[in-house]
Design a protein around this ligand. Structure first.
Ligand code: DGJ
Length: 729
């Protein structure tokens, strides 16, 4: 075989992680985007439209790719704009499919037909210029490919090149077209407070399914992530197309099956109550929309996203250190914080091996309960007579760093800030202001409000330079989203400007305080998406800390987001739902993400403290594998009384198995557990924490573990175990 033939053949036989290329095939006016195991092909058709041509497993031969050609019309009711898959259709020219861009022009024209103009390729980034057929309204589509994972990022920059202001009524990041066909199945995440991350799976039918937030932030109720398979994929097999938006404001994903067997996912700013004026020369950039493909099932889809988030999205990149073990005071003390009480908890936390002590709500203003204080970010001198300094020093002297809770976007009407600036809260003039948890939302779209909040947080960090971490909370969604000070035509910009300004504060704080870490919290997991994750180091998964509920919450979370970002605390029992589970079970559940402790340590017995100390030590020996390894969901907690997760380190040297049983069934032992992702030819040393492995396996081959599997001795009623497998050199 000559070298020119050998290269493509070899490339088709071996995994291609790490390689990416964008090629323009001039003869057929198409672009072939290759990234890791994925190919994505776009072309310009004979009508000068940008047509979607292929998205799936990597192709190696450009010669196989035909030039784009539009599909014929279907009678007089569906012109070819409806039968041809397009990358970024405007609303116009008789299109009824979901548009990517909808606009009203100054002369009242509401018709937008985008045609191809030009392109540039710059490394892993392709930019394609589109322009309306009549007006100087331009769109730059930006595609970026990520070699390691095959993820592709899309966004659009919309530019008003006319001499008149115009109004955007829908601005989407892009549309992902799947191979034409039927029988697809959608997986998505839904929930509510304390019940986030529920997995839903349903067939894709003709018509449109919308998942969205109209709440001003990402929301507990739905998450901007999707996965679509051909109806039969499972954890280890099957084609899965998946994607996620990087936006923490109002968002929407529409999953549409057209009358012509075309499934497409369009996503970006939620068009609901959306109206964005663009002055001449002005632009609007949409949020990034990321998507990937695998033929390795839902498990591989998650592992691709986890790696992508750790290496490309989260601050610090792949070499960032694992998350520290954290203690948080909230469930122990709620608002009753003071220097003495926090020091007592800190001393106990340090004995357990905790590395970061976080004081939650209650330390500022007149904050003795949730009725007052939000907005007044100064230390409460009754609770901390000498400021935060003595507590921080004490925490540091115990070998831990110090973190603090804030909720910067909110104000209680009973606060000095609100008394001075009642207009800073979102509102419509002379209309009631709906309170939730006795608080209102500050209009962060206003630059004066944004700057005030930045300065308040910056002052806190300057005065207390040893604050290493902020837990940034947001405990309600928008209501009365008014901005009466802005010209009427611009008032709806609030939806976009609010989120941009929150991002801006976080970015500025991080730039000015480079060692600062931030957790995104919104009454639990109400603000988790790839936008917030690009400027925070972790997220609070849910206010539901009941370990049994957590198994399903964490499973849903893991479909879209990395265990590294997933904060999980061990708390006291009975939990808020009345359920009690053993301390080991609670620890092992929390150890499947970034471990935290949130119980009232003053009430823990010596035995509890001893077990907790052992667990924290054990966690430190496996956390790199858990946080930065590959997750295999072996048994789903949603499918029965037994569940198990396995994590394999990136270098393959360590695997960790977590297993849980909530109840026994008719006296049967739990199912045989076959592991995944090991080297069949390698031998592993087995270590159990509590001898719940049947037989006496000291060392065992990867082939045995993955094919014969192991038997566990787990009873019922919240039994649990952890087994580690270290590769024998
Ligand atoms: C909601 C968070 O999710 C909790 O962990 C806690 O920080 C409270 N807010 C404090 O008000």
């Amino acid at each position: 075989m000559n070298i020119r033939l050998a290269v493509p053949v070899l490339l088709s036989l071996f995994p291609l992680a790490g390689s990416a290329e964008i090629r323009y095939v001039a003869a057929r006016k198409l672009w072939h985007l290759q990234a890791g195991p994925v190919s994505y092909v776009i072309g310009v058709n004979e009508k000068n439209e940008l047509q979607s041509m292929y998205w799936g497993k990597r192709l190696w031969r450009d010669d196989d790719l035909q030039a784009a050609h539009s599909n014929p019309e279907w009678a007089s009711f569906d012109n070819s704009g409806n039968t041809t898959p397009q990358e970024y259709p405007g609303w116009g020219g008789g299109r009824y499919i979901e548009p990517c861009l909808k606009v009203t022009l100054p002369d009242g024209v509401r018709d937008l037909v985008l045609h191809y103009v030009s392109y540039t390729i710059d490394g892993n980034t392709l930019r394609i210029e589109l322009k309306d057929i009549g007006y100087d309204l331009g769109v730059t589509l930006r595609y970026q490919v990520f070699p390691e994972t095959g993820v592709i990022r899309k966004s659009a920059l919309i530019r008003n090149g006319t001499r008149q202001p115009l109004t955007l009524e829908s601005a989407q990041s892009g549309a992902w077209n799947l191979p034409r066909g039927e029988g697809y199945r959608l997986t998505y995440l839904s929930g509510r407070w304390a019940g986030e991350w529920q997995i839903n799976r349903e067939p894709v039918h003709p018509g449109m399914k919308v998942i969205e937030s109209r709440r001003g932030s990402t929301s507990h109720q739905a998450n901007p992530w999707f996965a679509i398979d051909e109806g039969q994929a499972d954890e280890g097999h099957g084609r899965v197309w998946f994607g996620a938006l990087g936006w923490s404001g109002n968002w929407r994903l529409s999953i549409e099956q057209t009358a012509h067997q075309q499934v497409r996912v369009t996503g970006g700013f939620n068009p609901f109550d959306f109206s964005y004026p663009l002055a001449p020369g002005q632009t609007l950039e949409t949020p990034p929309f990321y998507a990937g493909f695998t033929d390795g099932g839902f498990g591989e889809a998650s592992r691709i996203l986890h790696r992508f988030e750790r290496t490309e999205i989260m601050p610090g990149g792949v070499s960032a250190r694992p998350r520290p073990v954290l203690y948080n005071s909230w469930e122990a003390t709620e608002f009753a914080v003071n220097e003495e009480g926090q020091k007592a908890l800190a001393a106990k936390a340090a004995k357990l091996g905790v590395e970061r002590f976080v004081m939650d709500d209650g330390w500022f203003g007149a904050r003795n309960n949730d009725h007052a204080g939000l907005g007044d970010w100064t230390v409460n001198r009754q609770k901390f007579p000498h400021g935060l300094g003595p507590l921080i020093d004490y925490v540091n002297s115990l070998g831990m760093d110090f973190g603090l809770w804030v909720e910067p976007e909110m104000v209680n009407p009973d606060s000095n800030l609100y008394r001075q600036h009642p207009d800073w809260a979102m509102h419509f003039p002379d209309r009631p202001r709906t309170e939730a948890r006795n608080q209102l939302v500050l209009n962060m779209a206003r630059d004066d409000v944004k700057n005030y909040i930045f300065e308040a947080l910056d002052r806190l960090l300057v005065e207390n330079p040893k604050i290493a971490f902020l837990k940034w909370d947001m405990n309600r969604n928008f209501s009365e989203p008014g901005w009466p000070e802005a010209p009427v035509a611009q008032q709806k910009e609030l939806w976009v400007a609010y989120t941009r300004n929150v991002y801006d504060i976080m970015d500025r704080l991080r730039r000015k305080h480079p060692k600062l870490e931030i957790e995104s919290c919104s009454g639990g997991g109400g603000r988790v998406d790839l936008g917030i994750l690009s400027r925070t180091d972790e997220v609070w998964t849910s206010d539901n800390t009941d370990a049994f509920d957590r198994l399903r919450i964490q499973e849903g979370f893991s479909y879209a987001y990395t265990p590294k970002a997933m904060m999980a605390w061990v708390t006291d029992v009975p939990n808020f739902n009345g359920r009690s589970t053993p301390l080991q079970y609670r620890f092992l559940v929390a150890m499947m993400g970034s471990l935290g402790i949130g119980g009232n340590l003053n009430k823990w017995t010596d035995n509890d403290m001893a077990l907790a100390t052992r667990m924290v030590e054990l966690y430190k020996s496996i956390r790199t594998t858990v946080q930065q390894g590959k997750l295999y969901r072996l048994f789903s907690p949603g499918a029965g009384t037994f569940s198990a997760n396995e994590y394999v380190s990136e270098d393959g040297r360590q695997a960790v198995l977590f297993a849980f049983r909530s109840a026994q069934d008719f006296g049967y032992p739990p199912p045989v557990v076959r592991l995944s992702g090991l080297d069949g030819n390698a031998v592993y040393r087995v270590k159990t924490i509590d001898r719940k492995l049947a037989g006496s396996l000291d060392t065992v081959s990867g082939d045995f573990l993955m094919n014969r599997g192991i038997d566990l001795r787990l009873g019922g009623d919240f039994d649990s175990t952890l087994i580690t497998f270290e590769r024998v050199p």
